[in-house]
Design a protein around this ligand. Structure first.
Ligand code: PGA
Length: 265
């Protein structure tokens, strides 16, 4: 299975011009690192950029004919209608979007998203044939007993079994998220993230069987940078990373991608 690196730009940058420059720098950086590959891009790593909605069209244009894909940071679960200020899954699909981050801890904290809301969003994204990137917390050893199962049962309710392995799960404890520039003071270690992955796999296994559970991508998010990515992503670790702050610095982001690409696993 290919590793996946997903850039979550959050509410950055401040202008379309800067968004264009950042996208161009990432694309050119990757092209020049892999000049001998026909596409000029990574072959072992999937890359997704999730800019703010308003920059999506421009970002997509700059990514034209590249293997870097487009994602959204959120959607509303209805397809259309009187929902002022909201954006639906079919809308982003029509812009060429293939992924949507759902249930990020900042959406829970600032916009009071519930697990039921996230569940509806997952169903909507799957219906539009895109990949939901579902953020989960409280999976560490310190979580209350059963918290992980309750969380997974609620966000995955009414989702057809055969669709479960289409979802990308992110273990992203809120306390590990950076301030955008500096990593959090408290970070999980390799064993913590691995135990979160095993919990998710165990839960999935009980519904879709071990083989399919092992084929489901489970990634880590929270202060990932070029220095620590090897602690989290790798053969016996996570299948990729969701990257916030470091994805806004093109050189750092490309460094991370190259480290993951060179893992060849
Ligand atoms: P961070 O953000 O890499 O800046 O910690 C990750 C995220 O919140 O998705």
């Amino acid at each position: 299975m290919n590793k996946i690196i997903i850039a979550n730009w959050k509410m950055n940058p401040q202008s379309q011009q800067e968004a264009q420059e950042l996208t161009g720098a990432i694309r050119n950086g990757i092209d020049s690192q892999h000049p001998n590959h026909p596409m000029g891009h990574c072959v072992n790593t999937n890359i997704v950029l999730c800019p703010p909605f308003v920059f999506m069209e421009k970002v997509k244009q700059i990514l034209n004919k590249s293997k870097i894909m487009l994602g959204a940071q959120n959607i509303f679960h209805e397809n259309s209608g009187s929902f002022t200020g909201e954006i639906s899954a079919p809308m982003i699909k029509s812009l060429g979007c293939e992924y949507a981050i759902l249930g990020h801890s900042e959406r829970k904290k600032y916009f009071f998203e519930s697990l039921d809301d996230i569940n509806k969003k997952i169903i909507s994204v799957l219906k539009s044939e895109m990949t939901p990137v579902v953020c989960l917390e409280d999976l560490s050893a310190v979580a209350p007993a059963g918290a992980e199962v309750d969380q997974l049962e609620t966000v995955l309710q009414n989702i057809p079994k055969e669709k479960l392995n289409k979802i990308i799960f992110v273990y992203e404890p809120a306390w590990a998220i950076s301030d955008g520039k500096n990593p959090s003071n408290t970070l999980p270690d390799s064993n913590d993230v691995l135990s979160a992955k095993l919990l998710i796999q165990k839960f999935l296994s009980s519904i879709i069987g071990k083989k399919k559970a092992l084929e489901t991508r489970i990634i880590y998010g929270g202060s990932v940078n070029a220095k620590n990515v090897k602690d989290y992503v790798g053969k016996n670790l996570m299948d990729g990373a969701l990257i916030g702050g470091a994805s806004l610095r093109a050189k750092e982001f490309i460094k991370i991608i190259n480290i993951v690409e060179d893992m060849k696993c």
